[in-house]
Design a protein around this ligand. Sequence first.
Ligand code: NCD
Ligand code: ZN
Ligand code: ZN
Length: 411
Amino acid sequence: PTVDATGLLVLPGLVDMHVHLREPGMTEKEDFASGTRAAAAGGVTTVADMPNTSPPVATAERYRQKLDLVSSKAYVDFGLYGMIDHDNDGEIAGMAELGALGFKLFMGQTTGDNRCPNDAAIFRGLEAAAAAGLVVGVHAENDHLLRMFGDRLRACGRTDPRAHLEGRPAFVEVEAVTRIITMATESGTKLHIHHLSTAAGLRRVMALRAEGHQVSVETLIAHLFLDDSAYDIHGNLVKLNPPIRPAADVAALWNGIARGDVDIIATDHAPHTAEEQGEPDVWKAYGGFIGVETMLPLLLTAAAEGTLTVEDIVRLCAYRPAQRWSISGKGQLTPGYDADFVLVDPTAQTTLDAAALHSKHNVTPYHGRSLTGSVVATYLRGQLVYEKGEIIGGPGGRQVRPVREISSAAV
Ligand code: NCD
Ligand code: ZN
Ligand code: ZN
C-alpha cells in the first residue's frame, strides 16, 4: 500500500527497552494488550518487557509460560527479559534458548520482591548471562543503604513524597554502579545500566569507561522531563525508583545526552492502579508510572525547542537499543529491516490529555503539558496498527529474539 506522508516525518518505530506490562499476575495494573496498544499509539513498535511479575520470570519454565500467555495479545513486537535472582544461574541458559532478550538484575528494592543484593549470587548470574551471550540490565541501587535510610526516615515519622528522594541519595546509585561495572568486566558480561538518574552516577560511569570498562547507559523520560518540584505538584504519583531528582541532576543527564554519553532513552512504563498511585503515605505508595505512549510526543517537543534533534531521538530510542541487544531487523529504516515506522507531525500543537491514553490506568504527571509534535500513524512490519487516536486491527505483534554472541571461551 502507498502511504501519504505529505508534511510528516517518517521515523523508524521506536524500541523501548524498559517497560513493565505486568503479566502474569499483576493485570489489575496493565496487561499485554493494553500496554502494547499504548505503545502502538506512542509510535513504539518494539518493547522489552521486564520480569518482575507475579511470579517473576526467573526459570525457563516460567519464561515458556509467559511466552504462551502473552504471545497472542501483543499489538507491537516484544522481547522478554528473564530475571537474575539469588540462586537461578542454572536457569539462565534455558531462558536464553527460549529467546530471552536479556536478564534484569535488581540490586535494590523496587516493585516486587526480586532484589539480589548478594555479590556472590550477582557474580554467578553475570557469568551465566555472559556464557549465554546476552545483556544484563541492572537496577543499580545499593539495597542495604536503601533499607537503612528508609528505616531512619520512618523512625522520624516521615511519610511525605520527598522522603523517598532523601532515602535514596546519589551515592547509593554511585556505589551500585561502581560495583556492578567492576563485576561485569571481570565476568565478561555485556552490561546495561537501566534508569541512571544522577550527575554523580553518570560521572562515575564515564570515569570507568575511560578506564576501559564497557557499559551502556539508559536514562528515563521521567528523569529528563521531571525534577523534584514534581513532588509538590504530583505527590506520590511521581514516586519512582530511582527517584525523580533535583534540577542539577536533570541538567547533567541532558548534558550527557548532548555529549553522547547516554546511549539509550527508555520509559520504564510502570503502571499501577489509580488507588495505588493515590496512596498518600510514601512508604505504601508504589514506585513507577506509565510512559510508553507519551515518550515520543515529549521528545518531539524537546526537539522543537532545540534541546535535542530528531536524529538524536532515532538514535537513542530506536537504533542504539536494537543494536545493543542485537535485535535484528529493528531500529532502522533501510532495506533488509522490518517496515516498522511511525509518521509524526513535527509541528502539531496539542495538549497532552491523560483521558486519551490507552493504558488501563491513565494517571500521568504529563497531563496538561503543551506539546509540539504528535504521532499520526504507526506501522508494524508494513501494517497500519495505529492512526489518529485509533488502534487498527488485532494483536499482530511477535516475539523478537536477539542474535546471541556466544564467545568461544564460554562454550
Ligand atoms: C518499576 C515497577 O513498578 O515495576 N518501578 C519503578 O519505580 N521503576 C520497577 C523498576 O524498574 O525498578
Ligand atoms: Zn528498576
Ligand atoms: Zn523498570
